[in-house]
Design a protein around this ligand. Sequence first.
Ligand code: M6R
Length: 366
Amino acid sequence: EKAGFDHFMLKEIHEQPKAYRDTLSSRIDASGTRVVLDEVKMSQDDIRSIQQVHIVACGTAYHAGLVGKGIIEKLARIPVETDVASEYRYRSPIITPNTLVMVVSQSGETADTLAALREAKRCGARVVAITNVVGSSVAREADDVITTWAGPEIAVASTKAYTSQLVAFYLFGLYLAQTLGTQEAGYIADVIAELKRLPEKVERILEQADTIKNWAEQVATHNNLFFIGRGLDYAVALEGSLKLKEISYIHSEAYAAGELKHGTLALIEEGIPVIALATQEELLEKTVSNIKEVKARGAHVFGLNAEGETELVKTVDEVFAIPHTLQLLSPALSVVPLQLLAYYASLARGNDVDKPRNLAKSVTVE
Ligand code: M6R
């Protein structure tokens, strides 16, 4: 049932190209230039009336929601807030009939996410769910459902569910942009063309797993490390850090690179590993200057950049290039080496990769 892989997690990491294809297929028109989301029953007026979007989720799904915020704000120019479900419920969120609430849940059964959905409905908001389980509680109670076709995810650490959630956000963001006219048709077609190229690019990353295995074996000898990045790279850094904590039990923190010098830089000492994400071209120069700050204090920096970029290699100790894509789409690729890093670090520490201590696959208690 593990199809020749040692663990479900590794199998699921390798299933991501297929999950991308399946989640995209039938949602792009024959000309390849427009998104078709028949499952979303919003009228043009419904879409035009949206004044704000709230994205609510837990854990990895929350991290997908942070990328979702970047996607929707960029493509549809609507303000978005992303909240952890257990916080959202109790902070008296300002929900109006013009608020679109999006809940994200792989299982569709997470108690806090479900409760947030109910609260949003009670306040009169329309709820769109992104879920991987057809017929789950979240799917049944939401107004509209965008199903991720990742297939069953068995490993407790979520991988292909996260990346398919990103695809759902790209599709939904493009769908809003088409209706609102916030992006040129040519740009929408470019994003769609790049989305279709993701599976092959993920394959190319997976072929270089040995490089990341080597990083993981170095990282596994430490008890503390940092992930840093700016913009979408920061959102991916948070996910990379969670994955590593969850299955390797190594403590790590993800930091917005520019925020380090406001306190956390005090923790950087000789030899500490720092995983630096620098895939966002517009922010590269700023990220490189933050990398220099940690290098100057003795950090050992593992950098992720985009293929063809030549600056980072001059600053970091080790570098891994992700295939080139649009900046907006880079999270869909840059998370893959971080999933492999967590996997191999967990293996190096002799942990139970698929069933980490203290955790359950589906959190149905509040
Ligand atoms: O089923 P859900 O997407 O609602 O689950 C949310 C989180 O419990 C889940 O993503 C958790 O953070 C993962 N185990 C992380 O890998």
